[in-house]
Design a protein around this ligand. Sequence first.
Ligand code: GSH
Length: 197
Amino acid sequence: MKLYGRPQSGYTKKVRIGLAEKGRLEQVPLVVVSREESRKAAHRARHPLGLVPVLEHDGRYLAESTAILVYLDAVHPEPPLLPVDAWQRAEAFGWDRYADQALTPPVRTMMFRDERGDDAPMIQAAQAEIRAVFDHLDHSLADKDFLVGDAFSLADLAFVARLQLFPKIQFPLPDELEHVVAWRDRLAERPSWTATG
Ligand SMILES: N[C@@H](CCC(=O)N[C@@H](CS)C(=O)NCC(=O)O)C(=O)O
């Protein structure tokens, strides 16, 4: 197995966090594909959109971070990333999509904050979107340690690579959202955060 990606790519990190959770980070080497290379035919043959990450296994290529994590969870089941219970399993996929749709776009916008300045309307809108996500997470985490059931899962993992970025985008988690802050701190204590952050 090998993983095509970039160390700083959030979705590459997402897969590497899953590998670290399973104690397999060192066994799956990262083949760095630069942005320039990712647009060329060789990488398009691995991923039709020319994106990263892509997992290679037995001469086959698998695109999409969530699909890759589902595969890794099937071939290396311990510790599981997906709950067994049907409802909780579906909930975990729901959180994963929510992270993609609600958090990734404003965080990407915030990466350009220095160029645009804090007062730019798109930066302010991005900050408001991020705050709305944190409000929702805080509410959801009020009576539990992890987003789904009582264990770390894909639901939490989907947020880790973004949360790791918050110091860089200079967006401190609001102290009053105590459940989110405690959850972030729990995630940050996991070896998978340290290995990939
Ligand atoms: N839905 C895809 C998203 C992949 C994605 O957006 N990858 C980014 C890097 S994090 C990318 O390749 N962007 C194009 C580029 O950087 O040139 C997944 O989950 O794998």
